[in-house]
Design a protein around this ligand. Structure first.
Ligand code: G3P
Ligand code: MG
Length: 251
């Protein structure tokens, strides 16, 4: 299996400010073995963790992230989830995040999320530079952007790749074969059991986002999916969804 059945989404988005060190720490404390993080570039090409193209909704700053320098972004605070007792958190450089993950023994599903259209391959290159010093870090690269996956295939062919879609397109098999992806990541709202069956029959692993209900996670696993991205890894793990046979693929 590429990853584990429960993957912390943006760290543990339901527990602390998403895509921050606090979020990674709380995900690890809840018992996950893998975490998904969104990686994007600042104006001065620094790879940082952030989901949105603009700062407005998730932080106390305003404007497009692609227009801001890292030096200025270090003053920005990322909001904690509503109802959480955690304080807001500073924005996080990818290098800080991976150093912490290595210390905690976590696997990284690195989603490349270009802050500007067409900037995916560049984002990937800058991100991979940060990971150079951690050759043992369990890593899966994912993206909605096919050019990014193509660059990953050409430059780091041995690192597993996950192609993301909201809805599985009718020509998914052509893209998956062309880019030789090991698995797909799909939105739970649109996924049907027959699609999981076809994907599995064609040898792809299936990971599903964002699954915050224990009942839904159980249903998806019964359909044959390999893992779910969740904002609340603590709840799914407490419900026993991690299973007992999980092992890291690179251990
Ligand atoms: O990689 C799964 C999931 O993170 C994709 O959606 O928008 O939360 O990055 P999003
Ligand atoms: Mg993501």
């Amino acid at each position: 299996m590429l990853m584990s059945p429960i993957i912390g989404h943006r760290g543990a988005r339901g527990l602390a400010a998403e895509n921050t060190l606090a979020s990674i720490r709380l995900a690890a404390a809840s018992g996950v073995q893998w975490i998904e993080l969104d990686v994007t570039l600042t104006y001065d090409q620094v790879p940082i963790l952030f989901h949105d193209a603009d700062l407005n909704k998730l932080s106390n700053a305003r404007g497009l992230l692609a227009k801001k320098r890292w030096q200025d972004l270090q003053r920005v605070r990322v909001y904690s989830p509503r109802g959480s007792r955690q304080p807001s958190q500073p924005m996080t450089h990818l290098a800080e995040a991976v150093a912490l993950m290595a210390e905690l023994g976590l696997g990284l599903n690195m989603e490349i999320k270009p802050s500007l259209k067409g900037q995916g391959p560049e984002t990937l290159m800058k991100a991979m530079e940060c990971l150079k010093t951690l050759p043992g870090l369990p890593l899966v690269i994912s993206s909605f952007d096919q050019r990014t996956l193509q660059a990953a295939q050409q430059l780091w062919p041995t690192i597993p790749r996950l192609m993301l879609w909201q809805r599985l397109p009718s020509d998914w098999a052509d893209s998956a074969t062309r880019l030789a992806v090991h698995g797909v990541g799909l939105d739970q709202r649109h996924l049907r059991p027959a699609q999981v069956a076809v994907l599995r029959a064609q040898g792809r692993e299936v990971y599903v986002y964002t699954v915050n209900s224990i009942k839904k996670a159980r249903q998806l696993m019964a359909w044959g999916v390999q893992g779910v991205f969740t904002d609340h890894p603590n709840q799914l793990i407490q419900a026993g969804l991690l299973g007992s046979s999980v092992r890291l693929p690179f251990a």
